[in-house]
Design a protein around this ligand. Structure first.
Ligand code: IFM
Length: 405
């Protein structure tokens, strides 16, 4: 049994493209339409219109926070033209959360970009950070009075891997030098956004904002513990999990460590090239662990290990995503319970944790995997757009209510 701190934040997350629907001015949409991606997001969950109803459900489930993302391509549909209507829309969304006692955790970039930005060269451009900052400034000026928690960039390393190394997400490139350049630009965008957000709050005499990134962290485990696999696993954790946050900390641009944790990766090095170190995993399919419906190992132990290893940075941690896609809702509950238990253990070991956010509030568009993976606490019927609260959500609601697992 674990008690969570009294002011602990419990909630669930979504991201704009995955739930809102009709995100027609973004690069993802363009690739979907051109047939460069297998699945189209279409109406997604119609959350753009149904957000009040979804937030009612989150409140009914005893959540006290909610993580969402703002869609840059709606706010700045053409370069330099900002839509007051869309800024107003997100203001209404944030106020709808506040009215229900849900603390908004706002992400500024969650994988999608405006089409105009992508056409100009996207995150490969040296000036990408400046272009992003103009948008950040508009959004933060508009919402600062209602928001304390900001997440500048969601999972920069996942974005890099899929979009610039594996070439599966827009802009579907496979280039090491480009990956490096984009990584630097994302880091610059984060650091400069951090400074800008702080400056806006200061200018407007608002309390201190809390700003971070959502860093996807995996447990990197050597498949067979040979020396080279051990070294590769260590280096992978260093570069995938830690480099971005370490550089942000060095630049004094991180108020807490945002962690997204799902699974482990079995590392098996097949060569000595940079790509081998960055990507080689065991293809042997011999892991005996239970899996989610995408085949990812369920490994709560790794969650604990990762959290405890973050203690040395002396910053609070916020779990911004943790979740499972499955058709088996009892497996969803055991996943949540086991991870919350590990979180409780980490807190007992001295890790300061601000909150736990489940991915996701509702089933949604899982990028290149389409709508089949079901991550939601709430089921979405894609024919009627009706929502149905799952049993796992009710169990998690009890944890949120009582503050213990
Ligand atoms: O759906 C994604 C989300 O957009 C980012 N983090 C991981 C989730 C599950 O794959």
């Amino acid at each position: 049994m674990h008690d969570f701190p009294r002011d602990f934040l419990f909630g669930a997350a979504t991201s704009a493209h995955q739930v809102e629907g009709n995100n027609s001015l973004s690069d993802w949409w363009e690739y979907e339409l051109a047939g460069k991606l297998k699945y189209r997001s279409g109406d997604a969950c119609r959350h753009y219109d149904l957000y009040e109803q979804d937030f009612d459900l989150a409140k009914e489930l005893n959540h006290n926070c909610h993580r969402l993302s703002i869609e840059w391509s709606r706010i700045e549909p053409e370069e330099g033209r900002f839509s007051l209507e869309e800024l107003g829309h997100y203001k209404k969304v944030i106020l709808a959360l506040r009215r229900r006692g849900l603390n908004p955790i706002v992400t500024l970039h969650h994988f999608t970009n405006p089409s105009w930005f992508a056409r100009r060269g996207g995150w490969g451009l040296r000036e990408s950070s400046d272009l992003f900052l103009r948008y950040v400034s508009k959004v933060v000026e508009e919402l600062s009075g209602e928001v304390q928690f900001w997440v500048t960039i969601n999972e920069p390393m996942v974005y890099l891997y899929h979009s610039y190394l594996l070439g599966v997400w827009p802009p579907q490139e496979k280039s090491l030098p480009k990956t490096q350049a984009v990584k630097n630009n994302l880091l610059r965008a984060h650091i400069n956004s951090y400074r800008l957000i702080r400056a806006i709050y200061q200018k407007n005499n608002l309390g201190r904002p809390l700003v971070s990134v959502a860093q996807n962290m995996q447990a990197f485990v050597p498949c067979v513990a040979t020396l080279r696999n051990n070294i590769a696993a260590y280096l992978r954790a260093k570069s995938f999990n830690l480099e971005f946050i370490e550089k942000s900390i060095r630049a004094r641009a991180l108020d807490f460590i945002g962690v997204n944790y799902y699974s482990r990766s079995l590392v098996e090095l097949r060569g000595w090239g940079i790509k081998n170190f960055a990507m080689d995993i065991c293809e042997g399919k011999h892991s005996i662990l239970k899996k989610n419906s995408l085949g990812w190992d369920i490994y709560p132990e790794g969650f604990y290990d990762i959290l405890v290893a973050l203690k040395k940075y002396n910053l609070p941690v916020f779990i911004l995503e943790n979740g499972i896609c499955t058709e088996d809702d009892s497996l969803r509950w055991s996943f949540i319970r086991d991870h919350l238990n590990k979180l409780g253990q980490a807190i007992s070991s001295g890790v300061k944790v601000l909150g736990y956010i489940y991915w996701s509030l509702i089933d949604n568009y899982e990028w290149d995997k389409g709508f089949a993976p079901r991550f939601g606490l709430i089921e979405v019927d894609y024919n009627t757009y009706q929502r149905r609260i799952r049993d796992s959500a009710r169990r998690f609601a009890q944890v949120c209510l009582k503050g213990k697992v």
